[in-house]
Design a protein around this ligand. Structure first.
Ligand code: PLP
Length: 410
């Protein structure tokens, strides 16, 4: 199957990574639909001349298991094809490993990293822990205010780590503007683009240098495998790849095959969960119990203008903030749901709900935001899956009844 870049996304998702040499034998190229699982640590050479003359350290050459084999190559190839401007994609065993691998490629002791204040907590922990231990300082800034990022830049600033929208508070930043600001100061810009994927937001095309995803979420899509990726143009791709080799990073071919399976249905799953999330967000916005619906796809919600301007798609992940109430009442709401599992992930076929308590994780901006009624602080994050949205709405209706019973208004 050959990918034709003039085809539309769904057509390309069906074809990507299915090179005839990866899905068949020399006699029968392309004989099976999917690249088989190549389990291989040792790669064999036909003779000494081949071993001595093995090709340079480039993609697509057999060498040794740590550099992967066609199953991993097919996935990386497919992800690169989906990201306009990418020269290649490095695969990591998790999304967190991708963030660490990319930061360790870009930063050196003595550097300062700027990090968006809405970043995923393990990214923040990396700044406080791993990076601090290596003599790299992290400073946080308000993602919704470009002046806040500009003010944080100093002569030692080397890079900026963005996440958009933030995966807990779903705050939207003006990424093209922040990326241009970074470039203007000679900083490397990295974006955790897990929420939108390149289907909703082609990050490199919007000025980002390195785009990172937790493939565990949307690409896997079935809550049964973990992986991460980082894609970049030629210069940063080569550096990412060499640093990943230094770190001994390799992903299992079984997991790569699961990711390729998920990738085939990425567009239809995202379309369905986006539509359902929007319907649920709309319903929540009519309820008197809800103070804020943090869903950029929803007209009138925070960040909707940026979403409309920059994004070609959404996903099922958003949050809402209850009007007043108590922590135990919020817990009763989540416990009162039967179609939403309670767990720290998203992007799977199944819906999930988790509490949103970002206050202790902020350092540059207050939470709740100063403009809000400070009693409105108990949030819930929903990862809307593929269930029928009418059933999910009925479930949330029961959850809100449990919230009232638990004395929310007390
Ligand atoms: C889950 C997540 C990650 C980390 O991915 P893992 O594959 O779980 O390590 C990174 N960024 C965001 C925004 C996430 O939601």
């Amino acid at each position: 199957m050959n990918d034709d870049t003039t085809d539309r996304t769904g057509t390309r998702l069906a074809a990507l990574g299915r090179r005839p040499e990866w899905t068949g034998t020399p006699e029968h190229p392309g004989a099976v639909v999917n690249p088989p699982v190549w389990r291989a640590s040792t790669h064999l050479y036909p003779d000494m001349a081949a071993l001595r003359g093995h090709p340079a350290n480039e993609d697509g050459n057999f060498y040794y298991g740590r550099r992967g084999a066609p199953t991993q190559w097919a996935l990386a190839d497919a992800l690169t094809a989906l990201e306009p401007g990418a020269a290649g994609t490095v695969l990591y065993p998790s999304g967190v490993a991708a963030i660490a691998g990319a930061l360790l490629t870009v930063l050196r002791p003595g550097d300062v990293l700027l990090m968006t204040d809405n970043a995923y907590e393990p990214s923040r922990a990396m700044g406080r822990g791993l990076l601090a231990d290596f003599g790299i300082e992290t400073r946080w800034f308000d993602p919704t205010d470009p002046d806040s990022m500009a003010a944080a830049i100093c002569p030692r600033t080397r890079a900026v780590l963005l996440e958009n929208p933030g995966s807990l508070t779903i705050e939207m930043a003006d990424i093209p503007r922040l990326a241009a600001l970074a470039r203007g100061h000679g900083l490397v810009s990295l974006l955790d683009n897990t929420w939108a994927s390149p289907l909703g937001f082609p990050a490199l095309a919007h000025g980002i240098d390195i785009t990172i995803m937790s493939l565990t979420k949307h690409v896997g899509g079935h809550s049964d495998a973990m992986m991460g990726s980082a894609a970049a143009g030629p210069e940063w791709y080569r550096k990412l790849r060499l640093r990943a080799q230094n770190l001994g990073i390799v992903v299992s071919p079984d997991d790569a095959a699961l990711m390729l399976r998920g990738l085939r249905t990425l567009e239809v799953r995202l379309e369905r969960s986006t539509k359902s999330a929007l319907a649920i967000a709309q319903w929540l916005s009519t309820r008197t119990e809800i103070a804020h619906v943090l869903c950029p796809m929803l007209p009138g919600a925070p960040g909707h203008d940026l979403w409309q301007r920059d994004f070609t798609g959404g996903c099922g992940l958003f949050s809402f903030i209850l009007k007043g109430g108590t922590g135990p009442a919020r817990d009763a709401l989540i416990d009162g749901l039967s179609h939403f599992g309670i767990g720290y992930s998203w992007g799977g076929f199944e819906s999930l709900a988790t509490p949103v308590d970002p206050a202790p994780m902020r350092s540059a901006t207050p939470w709740p935001p100063a403009a809000w009624d400070q009693a409105d602080r108990f949030g819930v994050r929903l990862a809307v899956g593929l269930e029928d949205p009418a059933d999910l709405i009925a479930d949330l209706d029961r959850g809100l009844a449990a919230w009232h019973r638990a004395g929310a208004a007390a």
